[in-house]
Design a protein around this ligand. Structure first.
Ligand code: TXA
Ligand code: MG
Length: 320
């Protein structure tokens, strides 16, 4: 299959109407979309990504009038969050409507809804005229794609179209809040910080899966965000061992002449936001260079730091 590259939301939307798959930019990461209401189109997403069928997809939409087709009801906490953060990098889990095919929600009674703020995403969704089911546009287990080139690398020849856009603004996935429960639960930290959310809905709790029950967000149990290289997290650059074929990303610089032999890539970020938006791209760059070990500096877990540390911990766990 030839993968068409286009900058036109209209051209990209034509593939959706033919029940084919389109990778498209959002403000978080690139998504891999299909018409949400066509089970056969949605099934292709799972096949192409190698995604386990019990891992549900997020519904992306561009206009509030579409909500009735997606959710059964909007709880008071969801209403507040929607008002404050839509469009934006937030996904809200609610009881799903009867129109949402089971393949999208992976059999769960709920659906995650998200209204992207990226203008190209908005135009694309508007042209599609239907809600788009989409996970991140990467092969399962790999870091999410933050550029169209990264989406192409993973999906070339496997999908019909990539809507080209700028590198994504946040570089980390959306924050996910489950509002289908009595107390809203943070299922995945992301581009919108917990502090910002708690400002609007004060009783949000951080969800911690118990050892005995299945995690509420099925994606939690799978290998995640992992480059080929081994990830080692360090509190301080003095912990870095002189290994060959290494790389480093963090906020603090160090003297690599004596600190590290064979440093293949180094990325010093000015702040946490820049660290978060560069991480997945850096992981992919390291893969292309054949890096074997990536040292990543730990940061404090406030603001975007909570999401960044979550992705770093998961990547480190996946590669050990
Ligand atoms: O920023 C994002 O959220 C990106 C862009 C493309 O919108 N999408 C994204 O999708 O990251 P994905 O599929 O890579 O991650 C979605 C996560 C998965 O861990 C999945 O298990 C969880 O959301 N999820 C989806 N629907 C859910 C539901 N109804 N209940 C609980 N968790 C859900
Ligand atoms: Mg993903």
């Amino acid at each position: 299959m030839e993968t068409k590259l286009t900058r036109s939301p209209k051209v990209a939307a034509q593939f959706i109407s033919k029940n084919e798959l389109v990778a498209f930019p959002t403000e978080t990461v690139f998504g891999l979309g299909a018409n949400l209401f066509e089970p056969r189109a949605v099934e292709k997403i799972f096949l192409v990504k190698g995604r386990p069928s019990d891992n549900p997809l997020i519904a992306h939409f561009s206009h509030f009038s579409e909500l009735d087709l997606l959710v059964k009801k909007i709880t008071p906490s969801a209403e507040k969050l929607i008002e404050q953060f839509f469009p934006g990098p937030l996904t809200i889990v609610l009881p799903k409507s009867k129109y949402v095919p089971d393949v999208v929600s992976a059999g769960l009674p709920t659906i995650g809804i998200r209204m992207p703020s990226n203008p190209l995403a908005h135009d694309f969704l508007k042209e599609c005229g239907v809600a788009i089911a989409a996970p991140s546009a990467n092969l399962s287990g790999k870091p999410s794609a933050t550029t169209w080139e990264a989406a192409l690398k993973d999906l070339n020849g496997k999908i019909s179209c990539i809507l080209k856009g700028e590198p994504t603004l946040h570089g980390l996935e959306s924050t996910i809040i489950d509002c289908s429960t009595h107390t809203p639960l943070l299922l995945r930290s992301g581009a919108i910080s917990l502090e910002e959310l708690q400002h609007v809905v004060s009783d949000i709790q951080i969800y911690k899966p118990s050892k005995t029950e299945a995690p509420k967000s099925p994606g939690m149990k799978y290998r995640h965000y992992a480059p080929n290289a081994r990830i080692i997290l360090v509190h301080d650059t003095s912990e870095i061992q002189p290994l060959s074929n290494s790389a480093y990303i963090g906020l603090h610089d160090f003297n690599s002449d004596f600190g590290l032999i064979g440093l293949m890539a180094k990325r010093i970020c000015n702040n946490q936001k820049e660290y978060a938006s560069s991480l997945f791209h850096f992981f992919r760059e390291c893969d292309e260079l054949g890096v074997k070990t990536i040292y990543c500096e730990r940061i404090s877990s406030n603001g975007i730091g909570l999401a960044l540390m979550d992705r770093l911990e998961k990547a480190a766990k996946s590669t050990h």
